[in-house]
Design a protein. Structure first.
Length: 194
């Protein structure tokens, strides 16, 4: 493939990825809108103040933000052409992502066990949908990471692997931004008296 055609392909792929992220923004904006409408639809069930544990959610947040930090460090290591450090940091990012998913699954299981499942009220239905969609995206990111790391291990930090790593990093940081909105709108506002 000529250098010009490869450059055009890279530009199209980058544009396509940005387009995907924008559609994900629309998806999450819709879910946030539904949650905002359903926030007080508890129908004789619990409200956020009754079921959310801010210290637990703070732990979730710190784990995910730390994974974003290690992902950023992996990009820096890749720019230095340090394959081993890049892989180690990506592995740490994935491990933190798994911890986050485990903590989120535990929260869901605990709520369901206490009788606060998604079918209990409009509020809980919107909560499980929004937070669960974020968890599905984290899972997709982890699958992507299990695809990316062997590619880097085998071929090194060649141009295509650097592009893949950059796009993965954009996706992972996007999920962190979404989580900050979830933390603020769902959990912090959920325990506020308003």
């Amino acid at each position: 493939m000529s250098v010009i055609r490869q450059s055009e392909h890279t530009e199209k792929a980058t544009f396509g990825f940005w387009l995907y992220l924008m559609t994900d923004c629309v998806l999450f904006a819709s879910l946030f809108a539904v949650f905002a409408v359903m926030r007080n639809s508890v129908w004789d069930g619990p409200a956020g103040v009754d079921i959310f544990s801010l210290p637990y959610v703070w732990l979730l947040t710190m784990v995910l933000l730390l994974s974003s930090f290690t992902c950023g460090l992996a990009l820096i290591a890749a720019r230095s052409n340090n394959v081993r450090k890049t892989l180690w940091l990506l592995g740490l990012t994935g491990a933190l992502g798994l911890v986050f998913l485990g903590l989120e699954a535990y929260e869901f299981a605990k709520l369901i066990h206490e009788g606060y499942g998604w079918q209990r009220s409009g509020f809980l239905s919107a909560f499980f949908t929004l937070v669960g969609m974020h968890g599905l995206h984290i899972s997709a990111g982890l699958i992507w990471l299990t695809y990316l790391m062997p590619k880097i291990r085998r071929k090194g930090l060649i141009s295509i692997n650097r592009k893949r790593l950059l796009m993965f990093s954009m996706f992972w940081h996007f999920l962190d931004v979404i989580w900050i909105f979830i933390f603020t709108i769902v959990y912090l506002m959920g325990v506020s008296p308003l």
